[in-house]
Design a protein. Structure first.
Length: 329
């Protein structure tokens, strides 16, 4: 049984803790929050024995937990992941794992310096069976191209328009469409099609300096892939993968519930299976299995993909003129 500590007390952490408990492989034993009341509230009646912390150094120094789930604002992920590795903890860090090239290098060095520990980026869609079904389809067919879309009107955009500064709409916290939602599409493209030869990003940049939306173009030797992400509008477009005259229509790459194979002149086929109730259950199981079975090959495979994803994201983001304070560190 893994002893789980958490950083960040928003709804996503509650969802991960529920998935972790449902897996039967974790117990919540430590909660960090900037405010003791929030930590108490998060631990609640269900976790009366969880140790509560408001000091991050004391949290990492504590033996109350062995594995930490980090769901703080994006700009803090790398430094907290490195502090956790240095303190001897396993790390599950929310997407995006890093917010700059230098942070990617620092996290890579920290993992190398602590070879017995585990670090996973919580790119939850990778672990869902429907995501793997698409991967199998791509492996069996000659791909002619793809268009992947994730545009969602953010629950925090109204606050931004009203003059507030929600973390995810600031450069200070490494926000924006590419970092928040585009990362799911980049993961899908690289997991399904591999690393492209060339990539470029055309963003619509908000006054705050982050991208409200954008189109990412990936060039492969025989085809190209277009990724469209955004937080300032709501899209109802599906995503598509093309193979000659056939089309695979996917409802949403970040959370696939429908995969329709359309062949001209034939009845279309539905390939998707039923989704899990808690979308984080598969990743929670995968991470716990890897840690408990000392499966370093799984760790290294997933980390190599994360490195490719963040190398590409950092490159296209900085080329598009989107700068974060993390770039200068
Ligand atoms: N995998 C998924 O499906 C999914 C879904 C949503 C979000 N996420 C990821 O989860 C992470 C958190 O997202 P979120 O929307 O919950 O972010 P958020 O509301 O900006 O912050 C998350 C938590 O960090 C702490 N925090 C807030 N502002 C802070 C600040 N200025 N300095 C230090 N700590 C601060 C808060 O916890 P305390 O008040 O307790 O300190 C808060 O609950 C992001 O990286 C996001 O990409 C993933």
């Amino acid at each position: 049984m893994l002893k789980l500590g958490i950083i960040g007390t928003n709804w996503i952490t509650a969802q991960f803790v529920d998935a972790a408990k449902e897996s039967g492989q974790y117990e919540l034993t430590a909660v960090y929050s900037r405010h003791v009341e929030t930590a108490q509230e998060f631990a609640g009646k269900e976790n009366p024995d969880a140790a509560l912390f408001t000091d991050l150094e004391k949290f990492f120094a504590s033996s109350a937990f062995d594995t930490v789930y980090i769901a703080s604002p994006n700009s803090l992920h790398a430094q907290q992941a490195i502090a956790a590795l240095t303190a001897g903890k396993n790390v599950i860090v929310e997407k995006p794992m890093v917010a700059s090239q230098s942070e990617l290098e620092a996290v890579t060095a920290a993992l190398k310096a602590h070879p017995k520990q585990f670090l996973f980026e919580a790119a939850r869609h990778l672990y869902e069976p429907n995501f793997q079904l698409v991967k199998q389809f791509v492996q069996k067919n000659d791909i002619s191209g793809a268009t992947l879309v994730y545009m969602k009107y953010s629950s925090k955009y109204d606050a931004y328009l009203a003059g507030k500064q929600p973390n995810v709409f600031t450069t200070k916290f490494a926000g924006g469409a590419l970092m928040d939602l585009g990362v799911y599409l980049v993961y899908a493209a690289l997991a399904w099609f591999g690393v492209p030869e060339k990539a470029s990003y055309a963003p619509a940049i908000l006054a705050s300096g982050v991208d409200g939306s954008g189109a990412l173009h990936l060039d492969y030797p025989d085809f190209s892939v277009n990724l469209i992400c955004g937080k300032t509008t709501q899209s109802h477009l599906p995503s598509e993968i093309y193979t000659g005259k056939d089309t695979l229509v996917i409802d949403a790459p970040e959370s696939i519930s429908s995969i329709e194979h359309i062949v001209p002149g034939a009845k279309s086929t539905q390939l998707a299976g039923k989704q899990d109730k808690n979308p984080m259950i598969r990743e929670a199981q995968f991470f716990a299995d890897a840690i408990q079975n000392a499966d370093y090959a799984a760790r290294d495979r997933q980390f190599a993909l994360a490195q490719q994803v963040h190398t590409l994201i950092t490159q296209v983001r900085t080329q598009a003129g989107i700068q974060f304070p993390n770039d200068a560190q």
